[in-house]
Design a protein around this ligand. Structure first.
Ligand SMILES: [Zn+2]
Length: 323
């Protein structure tokens, strides 16, 4: 059973049964393939192609994740919203119709006490985005021997605009958004630690949805991608011939996953650090990634980074991952 907020009420229903009930009431041919996929349900999207797509691209979440039960998202047309909106669309009507239909059919399931749940708005927030001008890179040097020590090749340094900042004695990695604009800079101290004690430093106000090197993946329309936590691991993976992104930590936020779910990447090879945070991050990734892509999981030798492995050793892991 899932708890669904409808206006100021919460009703309890089984989403799968509800979809079958809707299907029995409509004559427009929508919902012709309802499939349970773990914690969610996959259906033909009622918002595009008149609901007649051949492969389901719409997922309805049943309430186990961070999204409210009944939230849906279409990977093809990007439509998303709450369950009443979805129900309305199945009837070729709007959200108000969906709310009325749910209250009419499941009124006996009212939770007696009206819950004061905040209404969660799933429409993407259009924010004033903050960019850095390319000239921000001019204050840095192009090279420092530490780059070679971390196996960053000249090609990689050039391709990804990696710089050295003498002021903070750190390697600078510009992080670009999906349009190629510099969203913020990250730094890695060549002395091991930055003045504030951290190894990596993100600009203040860094947009945490931005994924390092995703711009390059999309620009080259690369379909198979290695997923790393840190910048240097991702860059080493590129230099070994495996295009990679870095999530800038093991966190794997849901908003980052939304960004990945809107791309055409077909195959992810997870290469999180072999520690507790890394295992948690990998499992969050597998939970929130869309279900029509392949996900392989590399178990790194304990305490080792890609950087510590030779190309041959890393190739072996990539080609023989554990699922
Ligand atoms: Zn759609």
């Amino acid at each position: 059973m899932s708890s669904i907020q409808v206006r100021d009420r919460v009703i309890e229903l089984d989403i799968f049964d509800t979809l079958k009930k809707i299907k029995s009431e409509i004559t427009n041919g929508k919902l012709n393939n309802i499939r349970v996929m773990g914690d969610s349900i996959s259906v033909p999207c009622p918002f595009h192609k008149d609901g007649m797509e051949r492969h389901n691209s719409c997922t309805i979440y049943c309430g186990d994740g961070d999204l409210p039960a009944g939230s849906f998202h279409c990977f093809t047309c990007s439509e998303s919203g709450n369950f009443p909106k979805f129900v309305g669309a199945c009837f070729d009507k709007d959200k108000t119709f969906g709310e009325d239909w749910l209250l009419e059919n499941y009124s006996y399931n009212f939770v007696k006490k009206e819950l004061d749940l905040p209404l969660i708005d799933l429409t993407p927030v259009v924010e004033e985005k903050h960019y850095l001008d390319e000239s921000v890179l001019e204050q840095f040097s192009d090279y420092h021997p530490y780059m070679a020590k971390r196996k960053l090749t000249d090609d990689i340094i050039k391709q990804f605009d990696i710089k050295y900042d003498p002021l903070t004695r750190s390697i600078v990695f510009p992080v670009r958004d999906v349009n190629g604009k510099i969203s913020f800079l990250t730094r890695r101290s060549i002395d091991g630690l930055l003045p504030n004690g951290a190894r990596y430093l993100l600009d203040k106000g860094a947009d945490k949805n931005v994924i390092y090197l995703l711009y390059n993946i999309l620009k080259e329309d690369i379909k198979e991608v290695v997923v790393c936590e840190g910048q240097i691991n991702a860059l080493t993976s590129w230099s070994y011939g495996h295009p990679a992104i870095a999530l800038l930590g093991a966190g794997t936020s849901e908003s980052q996953m939304k960004v990945l779910n809107s791309t055409g990447i077909k195959h992810y090879i997870l290469c999180y650090d072999n520690d507790l945070a890394g295992r948690k991050g990998a499992s969050r990734f597998k939970k929130f990634i869309r279900k029509d892509v392949f996900v392989d999981d590399i178990i790194m030798p304990e305490g080792k980074d890609i950087n510590d492995l030779s190309k041959e050793e890393f190739d072996n892991l990539v080609y023989k991952p554990l699922n």
